[in-house]
Design a protein around this ligand. Structure first.
Ligand code: NDP
Length: 253
């Protein structure tokens, strides 16, 4: 059995789903050779990761900080590229139609769309392209070059789930926009050997998942992440540009 990928970078890795992704990747019987765990404040009270992983500070809304992370990752990988970028960092917002505020809207979009989706991927693209070319592999897979966008079912326009109980206009709109970015990048990058997929992690007991808008999140973070990693191992050309949940089911955009 081979590792999911030789090198993996997870954003927002100091807590919640990002932290558990890094933990399970590191604990796997076939761990990636390089795991890069980025977060805004690795030294802060919430930076809980082991020092055996390479930490890189990266604030998704701060371009110099993203560029610093790209340089640190690139120099660590030397002539290899980055195989798997898991774009997990995100913020929620509970704004309703009445309480919508343009500053909060810009803040949700800056983190979830401009920062987490566009800037990160743009800046890491050369390292992903290097991996796609250098692996001597055909087809699309996480072991070659992949961008995973952690999305949410609440951003699905097709489902438009439970709006009266959880309006969350800004969060939903920012994740729908992030989904569009994923879809466009999948179409543009698949010829370069890079797979792009959006994944809904389930409704998970994390700080974000227990904000009590809809009641109590049912899913343990360990369980969600086990599912996500199983789905990642199964990705191929057929799932390029897909929107999947943590159990591998296809969701409507
Ligand atoms: P948490 O609130 O527990 O963690 C969010 C993570 O994102 C933290 O590490 C946080 O870092 C980081 N982050 C926020 N803003 C930035 C930024 N500007 N730059 C870098 N990192 C940032 O949430 P979850 O673990 O639950 O969420 C992870 C992802 O899963 C999100 O994208 C979320 O939308 C998605 N999701 C979660 C669901 C759930 O039920 N939990 C359901 C559907 C989707 P810091 O500690 O510095 O704030």
């Amino acid at each position: 059995m081979a590792a999911l990928a030789r090198s993996v970078l997870v954003t927002g890795s100091n807590r919640g789903i990002g932290l558990e992704l890094v933990r399970q990747l590191a604990a796997s019987p076939w761990p990636p050779q390089h795991i890069f765990a980025t977060c805004r404040d690795p030294e802060g009270p919430r930076g809980k990761l082991s020092s055996t992983l390479l930490f890189t500070p990266a604030d998704a809304v701060n371009l110099p900080s993203i560029r610093g992370a790209v340089r640190a990752v690139g120099s660590h990988l030397k002539d290899q590229g980055l195989n798997l970028l898991i774009n997990n960092a995100g913020v929620s917002s509970h704004a309703t139609l009445r309480s919508l505020d343009s500053r909060e809207m810009l803040s949700a979009f800056t983190t979830n769309v401009v920062g987490a989706s566009v800037s990160l991927r743009q800046e890491f693209l050369p390292l992903l392209e290097k991996a796609a070319k250098g692996m001597g592999k055909e087809g699309l897979s996480c072991s070659r070059a992949t961008v995973i966008n952690i999305s949410t079912k609440l951003g699905s326009i097709g489902l438009c789930l439970r709006v009266p109980e959880a309006p969350m206009y800004l969060y939903r709109a920012s994740k729908a926009a992030q989904n569009m970015v994923t879809r466009c990048m999948a179409a543009e990058l698949q010829d370069k050997g890079i797979l792009c997929v959006a994944i809904h992690p389930g409704w998970v007991k994390t700080d974000m998942g227990t904000e009590k808008v809809l009641g109590c999140a049912p899913l343990m973070v360990e369980h969600s992440v086990q599912g996500i990693l199983t789905v990642l191992a199964s990705l191929s050309q057929d799932t390029s540009g897909a929107f999947l949940d943590w159990e591998g089911n296809t969701l409507p955009w």
